[in-house]
Design a binder for this molecule. Structure first.
Ligand SMILES: Cc1cc2nc3c(=O)[nH]c(=O)nc-3n(C[C@H](O)[C@H](O)[C@H](O)COP(=O)(O)O)c2cc1C
Length: 501
C-alpha cells in the first residue's frame, strides 16, 4: 500500500471514532495566525481601492493592468489579504480573502519581485514574504543576477502544516492541500481582476522551497517548517519561455532573517511528515479552468471581499433558483477534471429533492446499481429521490449547515493514480479546494453563502454511494444556502490598523 493510500485510510473519520488528534482544542498553544520574519525591512504595499469591473466581467479577457508596485499590492490584497475583521465581546479576529479550514491559514506566499517593478532598477530580483496583516513584503534577500521575463513576478505558495495539525491532528495534511487549492484559486481570480496571467512552473516542491529559503532549517522551529506547494509566474501576457534552469541554478545563500515562532508546544504525527516528504520531488499539475460567463453585475471586488463562510443557514429561505445551481456547477468546469460532484438537493426550484450526480470528469463513475441515473440536464443525473437533509448532516460530522442549506455537495475524486502516487492524491485535494473557492465566490455573487466542509465521515458516504478504493473517494464536502447572520457578531473593515486607506 502506498503512503498516500495508508494516509488516506488512516485519516478517515468514522461515526464511532475521529481521525487521530488531541481530541480537544489546546487553546493555550494555538499557533500565532501570522508568519513573519524577524528583523526584515518591510515594503508596505498600497492597493487600488476602486476597481470598477463587475463580477460578470471578472473572467472575461481584458487589457492587462500595468505591473507596478500599486498593482502588485492589489494583486496580493485581493488574493490573500484581509477581507474583514470580526468582533464578538472583547475578542476580534481577521478573515481573509481565501477561505481556510478553521481560519488557521496554513498557506504562506512568497514573491520573487524584479526590482524593475519596484524602483526601475533594471537588475535584481527581491525575495519577499507577503505578510497579509501588514499588507507588506518582508525582504528576505536580493538575487542580484537573476532576471525574470519582462513585466512578470513569481509567487511561491507554501504550507505551514503545523498550523492545521494543532487543530486537526493527523488529518491536517488533507486540510493544508484543500487550503492550498483555495489560495491558488484566489490568486487566479485576482490575476483575472488585473488582466494578468498565471503560469504554473515545472519546478518540484523542493526546488520551489529552495528558491525562497524554506529549506534553511536553521531559520525555523523544526515543527514549523514550511513545505512549498507550487511556483507560479504572474505576467501581463501568457508566458511559456521562462528559463527554469536559471531558477534552478540560482545561488541561494543562507538568508539572515529567522522565522517567528508560531507555537510553544507541539503535537507530533509521523505519518504527516511521511506525506510531506512523499511529494517533495514532484510537481503539482494544474488543470486549466476556462473563463465561464457569470451573470452577476455586482462589483467584482465586493464579491471577493464579502465572501464569507456561513455558520448557519436560514432553512426556509434557502431556496435556490435552478439557474443559480447551473451557474454554480458550470463555474467548476476544468480541463482534465478528476472530481465529480454528488449533490444532496434539499431545496432547488425545479428539482425534486434527492441525490444527484454532476459529471465533471471524463472517466466513468460507478455508483450503486439501484440508483436511477436519469439525466435531468446536461451532465446532471438524478440518482435517488427523497429528503436527504439528515444524510447530508450525518455525513458532514453532524453539522447542521449541511442540512439547512439549499444543497450540500460531496466531491468524489478519481483515486486509481492518487493512491499510488502521493502527488496525484495532493492534486485531488488541491482541485477540490480550487473549485471550493470558486463555488464560494459564485454563490456570493448570486446572493447566496457557502461553507466548505472538511469534516465528514468518509466511509459513511462511500457506503451510501457504493464507492470503494481504489476507484473513488470523497475528498471535500460543501454546502450552499442563504446565511443566517449572527447579529451578535460585528463586522469591521480590515486594515484599520494601517491607517493608510
Ligand atoms: C478546507 C476547508 C474546510 C472547512 N471545513 C469546515 C467545516 O467542517 N465546518 C465549518 O463550519 N466550516 C468549515 N470551513 C470554513 C472555515 O471555518 C472558514 O473558511 C474559516 O473560518 C474562515 O472564514 P471565512 O471563510 O468566512 O473567511 C472549512 C473551510 C475550508 C477552506
Amino acid at each position: 500500500m502506498s503512503i498516500a493510500c495508508s494516509y488516506h485510510e488512516q485519516t478517515k473519520h468514522f461515526y464511532n471514532r475521529y481521525a487521530k488528534s488531541l481530541g480537544y482544542l489546546d487553546w493555550a498553544h494555538k499557533p500565532h495566525p501570522y508568519r513573519s520574519y524577524e528583523g526584515t525591512s518591510k515594503i508596505f504595499l498600497s492597493w487600488e481601492a476602486d476597481f470598477q469591473s463587475s463580477y460578470n466581467e471578472l473572467f472575461a479577457n481584458k487589457p492587462p493592468n500595468v505591473m507596478d508596485e500599486k498593482n502588485v499590492g492589489s494583486f496580493f490584497r485581493y488574493a490573500l489579504g484581509l477581507a474583514a475583521v470580526k468582533r464578538f465581546g472583547g475578542q476580534s479576529w481577521e478573515l481573509r480573502v481565501n477561505a481556510s479550514s478553521g481560519n488557521l491559514h496554513p498557506t504562506e506566499a512568497y514573491c520573487l519581485l524584479p526590482q524593475a517593478i519596484l524602483n526601475n532598477n533594471p537588475v535584481g530580483v527581491k525575495v519577499c514574504h507577503y505578510h497579509s496583516y501588514l499588507h507588506a513584503f518582508e525582504e528576505l534577500h536580493t538575487y542580484e543576477k537573476l532576471t525574470l521575463p519582462k513585466q512578470s513576478f513569481l509567487v511561491v505558495l507554501s504550507s505551514v502544516v503545523y498550523k492545521e495539525m494543532w487543530k486537526y491532528g493527523e488529518r491536517c495534511w488533507r486540510y493544508c492541500a484543500l487550503d492550498f487549492g483555495h489560495a491558488y484559486r484566489a490568486l487566479e481570480v485576482s490575476a483575472s481582476l488585473h488582466g494578468w496571467h498565471l503560469s504554473p512552473l515545472d519546478l518540484s516542491e523542493r526546488e520551489c522551497g529552495h528558491l525562497v529559503g524554506l529549506d534553511q532549517k536553521e531559520r525555523f522551529e523544526e515543527a514549523e517548517l514550511e513545505g512549498a506547494d507550487i511556483a507560479v509566474l504572474v505576467s501581463r501576457t501568457m508566458q511559456n519561455d521562462i528559463e527554469l534552469d536559471a531558477l534552478r541554478n540560482v545561488e541561494v545563500p543562507l538568508f539572515d532573517a529567522p522565522a517567528n515562532r508560531l507555537c510553544s508546544y507541539y503535537q507530533k504525527y509521523e505519518i504527516v511528515e511521511e506525506m510531506d516528504a512523499a511529494t517533495k520531488e514532484a510537481v503539482v499539475s494544474v488543470g486549466f479552468m476556462p473563463n465561464i460567463s457569470k451573470s452577476s453585475e455586482s462589483k467584482a471586488t465586493d464579491v471577493i471581499l464579502n465572501r464569507r463562510s456561513a455558520q448557519a443557514f436560514e432553512r426556509e429561505k434557502s431556496k435556490m433558483e435552478l439557474h443559480v445551481l447551473f451557474e454554480l456547477l458550470s463555474g467548476t468546469k476544468m480541463e482534465n477534471a478528476r472530481l465529480d460532484l454528488v449533490l444532496y438537493v434539499h431545496n432547488v426550484e425545479g428539482l425534486v429533492p434527492g441525490v444527484y450526480l454532476y459529471k465533471r470528469c471524463g472517466s466513468p463513475l460507478e455508483l450503486k446499481e439501484e440508483f436511477l441515473y436519469e439525466e435531468v440536464a446536461p451532465g446532471l443525473f438524478l440518482l435517488a429521490l427523497g429528503n436527504v437533509r439528515i444524510h447530508a448532516k450525518n455525513f458532514s460530522c453532524m453539522q447542521d449547515i449541511a442540512s439547512q442549506s439549499a444543497l450540500a455537495i460531496s466531491m468524489i475524486a478519481e483515486c486509481e493514480e492518487a493512491i499510488v502516487e502521493p502527488i496525484r492524491y495532493k492534486e485531488r485535494l488541491f482541485e477540490a479546494g480550487r473549485i471550493g473557492q470558486q463555488l464560494y465566490l459564485d454563490a456570493t455573487s448570486l446572493g447566496y453563502s457557502a461553507t466548505g466542509i472538511g469534516c465528514f465521515f468518509d466511509d459513511a458516504i462511500h457506503n451510501f454511494l457504493g464507492l470503494h478504493l481504489p476507484n473513488r473517494q470523497v475528498v471535500y464536502n460543501f454546502t450552499v444556502g442563504k446565511a443566517l447572520r449572527d447579529t451578535r457578531l460585528q463586522t469591521l473593515p480590515p486594515y484599520a490598523h494601517l491607517k493608510r486607506h
